[in-house]
Design a protein around this ligand. Structure first.
Ligand code: ADP
Ligand code: NI
Length: 188
């Protein structure tokens, strides 16, 4: 991580400390690493990708009541990041959300990359663990949470924007299918 990215990681850590269930930071760091891995294979501005990945949940409406990326912008402003760069970072952040952008693809390479990274963290072994953790927090049984696989997790592979993102998604998808088959085998 470069200096601005280290500062961004520290900043989101303080933001999540008072708000999330503690999983926010680990998710953010995984999304950052995945985004940088994809960025190495795609023409893009990797500085925008890195900061957008680290700040992508800094104004998540489930955690914060901010408007217009206020948390992300406060940090970027304090770091002296030029306004036009901050705009590109926020554009990438705003392109990520699955629910807000249903069916709409991000327009910039940086938005496509961070969206792929966020989606990759929702599938595979990590995605399975996150789904059951989410279900548990919302009082759902494992059986009820299984519905989320058909509703969302098994659809993500087809929605990937980048080549390397898609190839990682295919591996993670195959693992989820094996998990579901094994579940069936153990429960029938
Ligand atoms: P993100 O931090 O990537 O924006 P969300 O807040 O949408 O993610 O979801 C956090 C995690 O909880 C993800 O792994 C997602 O798949 C999972 N999740 C979201 N909704 C549900 C649900 N209804 N049942 C089970 N898991 C869910
Ligand atoms: Ni996220």
């Amino acid at each position: 991580m470069n200096k601005a990215e280290t500062a961004a990681a520290r900043y989101v850590q303080t933001l999540f400390a008072g708000n999330s269930d503690g999983h926010g930071m680990e998710h953010t760091l995984r999304v950052y690493r995945l985004a940088m891995k994809i960025a190495a294979e795609e023409p893009c501005d990797s500085q925008v990708v890195g900061l957008a990945a680290l700040l992508h949940d800094a104004d998540d409406h489930k955690l914060f009541q901010t408007e217009n990326n206020a948390n992300a912008r406060r940090f970027l402003d304090e770091q002296g990041v030029p306004g036009t760069t901050a705009d590109r970072i926020c554009e990438a952040i705003n392109a990520v959300s699955f629910s807000r952008n249903r069916g709409k693809q991000p327009e910039t390479p940086e938005g496509k990359i961070v969206q792929d990274a966020d989606r990759l963290d929702a599938i595979g072994a990590v995605g399975i663990a996150r789904a059951f953790a989410f279900g548990g927090r919302h009082g759902r049984t494992p059986e009820e949470t299984l519905g989320h696989f058909d509703e969302k997790l098994l659809l993500l592979k087809e929605l990937m924007n980048t080549k390397s993102g898609r190839s990682m998604a295919e591996e993670r998808h195959a693992f989820m299918e094996r998990f579901l088959e094994e579940w069936k085998r153990e429960t029938e």
